[in-house]
Design a protein around this ligand. Sequence first.
Ligand code: FAD
Length: 505
Amino acid sequence: MSRVGDGRITKVVIVGGGTAGWMAAAALSRTMDNLSIRLVESDAIGTVGVGEATIPAIRLFNALIGIDENEFIRETGGTFKLGIQFHDWGRIGDVYMHAFGQIGRSLGMLPFQQYWLRGRNEGVAGRLGDYSLNETAGRQNRFARLPQIPNTSLDGIAYAFHFDAALYAAYLRKISEAAGVERTEGQIASVRRNGESGHVEAVVLENGTAIEGELFIDCSGFRALLIEEALETGFEDWTHWLPCDRAIAVPSENAGPARPYTQAIAHKAGWQWRIPLQHRTGNGHVFCSDFIGEDEATAILLAHVEGRPLADPRTLRFRTGMRKKAWNANVVALGLASGFLEPLESTSIHLIQNGIAKLLAHFPDRDFDTANIDAYNRRVRFDYERIRDFVILHYHANQRTDAPFWVRCREMGIPETLARKIELFKSQGQIVREGDELFIEIGWFQVLTGQNILPGGYHPMADQLTRDELAGFFADIETIVARTASHLTGHEDFIAQHCAAGVPA
Ligand code: FAD
């Protein structure tokens, strides 16, 4: 908490103008008064240029900075996202969706999934996705903003977005500059630190200009210019659990109507994303270089791109893991500078948003109290570790025998926290969401069952219905979901009506 007077931070310097830098600039400038905020970025270095799929929590960020959703989608070439469809993850030929939002409904204390487990055993329950409005609408390429299914207790559509990363940064820049953020273009050549405290005092550009600040936010991407190059904070490597270390990315023409979901298609040593935007599709192949080379990875990607490629494929290299401390001294790292998991569940932008929200909650004084910094670091670590576990589950829970990569992922050791979750699920189908971890029970349930991990039993309370009642319960929900989905607008029509590029506000 800020004390009145001298202790207040007044000068913030953000290093980097990718998604992380401009999200931080937009959020700070819209929420904090009396701060002078300067963002430094280098056009010559540029941004990572990927990161185009999100999860529903981004709508909270949009609300925080007060943006109009239709304008945001229009300006970023965006589309709506109802979930992620996974192909070939458990076994070749498997398809399942991790759909956002509610599936079915609970009865009394017991969640829907327990009834579904019983219904499945007794042959009265259909596919899990038949009880999800998000999945049913997604399969039909339909969308609407519908928070609740009218006249029922069922939730409506839960959604996130796909957007063009470059357009998103440009859009946030416009918002931030309008709110008073100043931008400096130039390459940082060195970092000046205080001889006593070790705190960063200034970043110095190649032309000799020193940019001074009190709080520095390191959004310099994989370079981690301040948090690592200057402060040598250290990196915790998770490649033994998340071994993919490269991606080949290529945009392509849209080959059909934009789907309202991301696709994640497993290949022999990794997986491919397809992210539909209004004006193109983003494609990429994430892979493990221990198992295939870049040429083969590129060939696999190009063989599975649906439309004509619009650029040459480019390679991105990364290492999974997180910075030992996201906040060190007077430097807070956000985005790729703070760590990287995997794009599989579209969580990186969320982790940026989460880091910003927690920074606002723990906003320091100039004394940079260590109890405050430690609390921030503990919370950020918890978030990273729980998301890490969820991502590892996708790799680990496979039954593929066709490729050594998948065998290795199945046989590798996993974190204790994940092992406990899987064991509990196998015994009685239970999933316990601990603290405020990001992914909710039904998210875990979809991935576990979608990848053929099924428990031996179900909760005894699910026996409170007769078999006929149970069948009726499923039939009712399926009918409501199917009827509601069939009345929604086509996804592309919805965009054309409300938020297409070129449609006036
Ligand atoms: P960058 O975009 O790399 O920006 C770094 C900035 O620092 C640039 O402006 C650069 O100019 C500046 N800079 C660096 N050095 C200097 C210097 N010396 N002087 C001045 N400026 C400097 N996330 C998702 O949420 N969803 C996804 O679908 C997704 N897909 C991904 C796929 C891949 C293959 C990868 C690698 C990442 C993906 N991500 C995804 C993560 C996402 O791309 C990043 O979280 C996001 O783009 C933020 O990047 P950033 O701003 O931290 O870094």
